[in-house]
Design a protein around this ligand. Structure first.
Ligand SMILES: *Cc1c(COP(=O)(O)O)cnc(C)c1O
Length: 387
C-alpha cells in the first residue's frame, strides 16, 4: 500500500536519538530547549514550548487564553477533532464556522456574519481556532481584523503548515494570532514520533503555557506566593499536567528541522506533478491562495460526481483495493456522534458537508518516488475514466 503520508528518517535522525539514549538526560535535558530554538529560528516567534502532542498544545493554549466555563470556542468543521475538543477540555462551549468552498478553510465572510449575529445574542466566542487545512494558510489578515473588532483571541492550528508562509511571514510567527500550534505526528511534515509545540510572542502566555505543561509547578521565585523554604523549594501555583516532550523526541525534532525546507520543497514538487498530470480528470484540484506558500501536508482532490457514473465511496474503496492508501480529511467534526449529542446536526454547515461528499486525500510524502506517484495517477485515472 502506498500510504497517504509517511515519515522520512535518515541515519542522522537515528544517531541523534541514540546519542540521547547514551546521555545523562532522557527527559528535561538540553534537547527540548534546542528543539524550541530551532522552532523559533524557523518561524520568527519569540517563544516556543515543545509538548507531547498538538492536542496538548491546543489545550494549554486555550488555558493560557483563560478559556473556561461560560466561554465559547469557534473553529472549522473540516479539521481533526482535537481543534474543537480543546475547548471542551476547558469546560467551554464549541461552535463552528462553515468553510470557504474554494480554499476549504474557515470562511472569513461566514465568520463575519456569524460574529454580527453572535454579538446581538451576546454569544461572542472568546477563542477562534483557525486551521490551515492541508498547509494552505487561512486568510489571517481578515481574521485578525475581526479579532480586533469583536474582541476574541486567535489560535492558529498549524498542524499541517510548518514550513509554509503567509504574506511575508513564516507560519508560526504569530503575526496575526496569539498562539500557533504545530503537530509532529509521523504523518505530518516534521516528526518527533508524538509531539507538538505552542508558539507565541507574548511572554505572559508563554509563562502560563510553561506552567500548564508541567503540573502548574514553578521554581521561578517571581511566580511564587511564599518565600522559598530552601534551595529544594518549588510551588504548584495552578493546576497543570504532564505534557512534557522527552529528550529522545526533541533530538529527533532538532535533526528533522534541519531538513524542513527540503521536506516542504519535495511536497511542492510532487504537488506540481499532480497538478500537471491530473488536470484533465473530472476532479477539482486544490486552489492555492495568492501570496502564500503552503506547507502542503495534504493534497486533497474533489471528485466531480456529476461528470462520472461512480460514487465517491466506490472511487475511494477501489483506490484502496488497488494499493493506493488514500484517506479522507476530514469527517465534519459537528457530525461526530459526540458532537451530535450536543445538538449539532446534518445541514448545519452545508459547505463542509458538501466537501465531505467528494473529497479524497492522495498520497504525498517526502520519499515518495515518481514511480509511486505515477502509479497513483494511473490508477486514479483508470478508476475515474473506466467503464
Ligand atoms: C494531527 C492534528 C492535530 C493533533 O495532533 P497530535 O499531535 O496528534 O495531537 C490537531 N489538529 C490538526 C489539524 C491535525 O491535523
Amino acid at each position: 500500500m502506498i500510504p497517504y503520508g509517511k515519515q522520512d528518517i535518515i541515519q542522522a535522525d537515528i544517531d541523534a536519538v541514540v546519542d540521547v539514549l547514551k546521555s545523562d538526560f532522557l527527559t528535561q535535558g538540553p534537547q527540548v530547549p534546542a528543539f524550541e530554538k530551532a522552532l523559533k529560528n524557523a518561524t520568527g516567534a519569540d517563544y516556543a514550548l515543545a509538548v507531547n502532542s498538538a492536542t496538548s498544545a491546543l489545550h494549554i493554549a486555550c488555558l493560557a487564553l483563560d478559556l473556561g466555563a461560560g466561554d465559547i470556542l469557534w473553529t472549522t468543521p473540516i479539521t481533526f477533532v482535537a481543534s474543537a475538543n480543546c475547548g471542551l477540555y476547558c469546560g467551554a462551549g464549541v461552535d463552528f464556522v462553515d468553510i470557504d468552498p474554494a480554499t476549504y478553510n474557515l470562511c472569513p465572510q461566514a465568520l463575519k456574519l456569524k460574529l454580527i449575529e453572535a454579538k446581538e445574542q451576546n454569544r461572542l466566542p472568546k477563542v477562534l481556532v483557525a486551521v490551515h487545512l492541508c498547509g494552505q494558510p487561512c486568510d489571517m489578515k481578515a481574521i485578525h481584523v475581526l479579532a480586533v473588532e469583536f474582541g476574541f483571541k486567535v489560535i492558529e492550528d498549524a498542524s499541517h503548515a510548518i514550513g509554509g508562509r503567509y504574506l511575508d511571514s513564516s507560519i508560526g510567527s504569530c503575526e496575526f494570532s496569539d498562539i500557533t500550534v504545530f503537530s509532529f505526528h509521523p504523518v505530518k511534515i516534521v516528526t518527533t514520533a508524538e509531539g507538538g509545540a505552542a508558539l507565541t510572542n507574548d511572554d505572559t502566555l508563554a509563562n502560563k503555557m510553561a506552567l500548564y505543561r508541567s503540573h502548574g509547578i514553578t521554581r521561578d521565585e517571581s511566580l511564587m506566593e511564599n518565600t522559598p523554604h530552601g534551595s529544594w523549594y518549588y510551588e504548584q501555583v495552578t493546576l497543570g499536567f504532564n505534557y512534557r516532550m522527552t529528550e529522545l523526541q526533541a533530538a529527533l525534532g532538532v535533526s528533522q528541522m534541519a531538513r524542513l525546507e527540503e521536506f516542504v520543497a519535495t511536497r511542492h514538487r510532487l504537488a506540481s506533478r499532480y497538478y500537471e498530470k491530473l488536470n484533465d480528470l473530472p476532479i477539482t484540484l486544490p486552489y492555492q491562495l495568492p501570496n502564500t506558500y503552503s506547507g502542503l501536508h495534504l493534497f486533497v482532490i474533489r471528485i466531480d460526481l456529476s461528470r462520472i457514473s461512480k460514487t465517491h465511496k466506490y472511487v475511494f474503496d477501489e483506490l484502496r483495493a488497488q494499493g493506493i492508501g488514500v484517506n479522507l480529511h476530514y469527517i465534519p467534526v459537528h457530525l461526530q456522534p459526540y458532537y451530535q449529542r450536543m445538538g449539532f446536526k446534518l445541514g448545519d454547515f452545508p459547505q463542509a458537508e458538501s466537501y465531505y461528499t467528494n473529497a479524497i486525500s492522495l498520497p504525498m510524502f517526502h520519499g515518495m518516488t515518481d514511480e509511486q506517484q505515477d502509479e497513483v495517477i494511473c490508477k486514479l485515472t483508470d478508476i475515474l475514466m473506466g467503464k
